[in-house]
Ligand binder design. Sequence first.
Ligand code: SF4
Length: 368
Amino acid sequence: MPHHPYEALYIHIPFCASKCHYCDFDSLPYRADDPYLTEYFEGLITQIRQLSKEGELTHIRTIYVGGGTPTHAGSKHLTSLLYALGVSMDLADVEELTIEANPESLTEPLVRDLWALGANRLSLGVQTFDDGLLTSIGRPHDGAQAVRALEAAQTRFTNVSMDLMCGLPGQTADGFEADVRQGVDAGVSHLSVYPLSLERGTRLYKQRRRFSFPDEDAQADMMESAERILEGAGLSRYEVASYARPGAESKHNSAYWQGVPYLGVGRSAVTMTQNDQRRMRVRDGAVEDDLDTAQMAAEDAMLAMRMTCGLSKERAARMEALLPDLPSVLQELAAEGLVQETDGAWRPTHRGWLFGNRLFGALLDLAS
Ligand code: SF4
């Protein structure tokens, strides 16, 4: 269908050193020298060259190479990929090019190669610095490797993000706070905090009775303590799970939350194509979502509530033609303390994020 230009590009690298016990993503353990990796990267590069010829890359402003563990594939494959991107589009116009990394495979020489070929942001999956917890969730690295990787990243990159998890089996409030403080001390510019989600079929799910998990209240307390420590250290919460120093907010992730059309390249990567009438999401050739204008507006209203900036009143007014119940639902959510009207926008409250299912569900239901 004729569509608005894609502005974000996601490239999926579905390989890891081993399978973490909580992981249900499309990623499999492979040796970095497995011939399948060469074949896979050649496929990515062919697709990128083709997309370039078709003119689909001319408006791309952010690129995210994620996984899996892109750094597990090593310098040879990643530098070919970045080189192919460099000849397929004008990287000078790309504001953010992130590579996802894991501590066990991010070395200083690799950091230098990625930087030299145009990457300007690294996102490290640390999860916790506690070796006992790392073992119990099956991470292939220890806390000391995470510290070294964060130091290596900062030999070139000023924009370094790290992920932490809360709600891990056996994790205490004090232990989690120590992780957050260590993240701040490591000097990162961006930090994401995710609660553990126990997914059916994962090894951790099967072994769940062997462990004691912090309950929902304890998890919520951990999210609150992260906010207190990070805000105190100058990292502002700009999205439900994301904190950044001023200017270091993730442009690529923000594109997802702002309904910007994106291209996904590689196995399991999702492409979102849209025009004024329709929004489609396609994964591996299968249509996953096909939204009309009202459903698009409801989704945009819901996504806006993930972010601190919320939904501007002008945008909400424009959405009313498609979603006549929007004003009354916003008033209802405000009465429940889940949103508030401040500085010309409807914004989520702390309570709104705690009861995200109610807040996000009420907005999505506007189009059903
Ligand atoms: S590193 Fe990430 S993608 Fe790979 S197995 Fe662990 S959680 Fe899954």
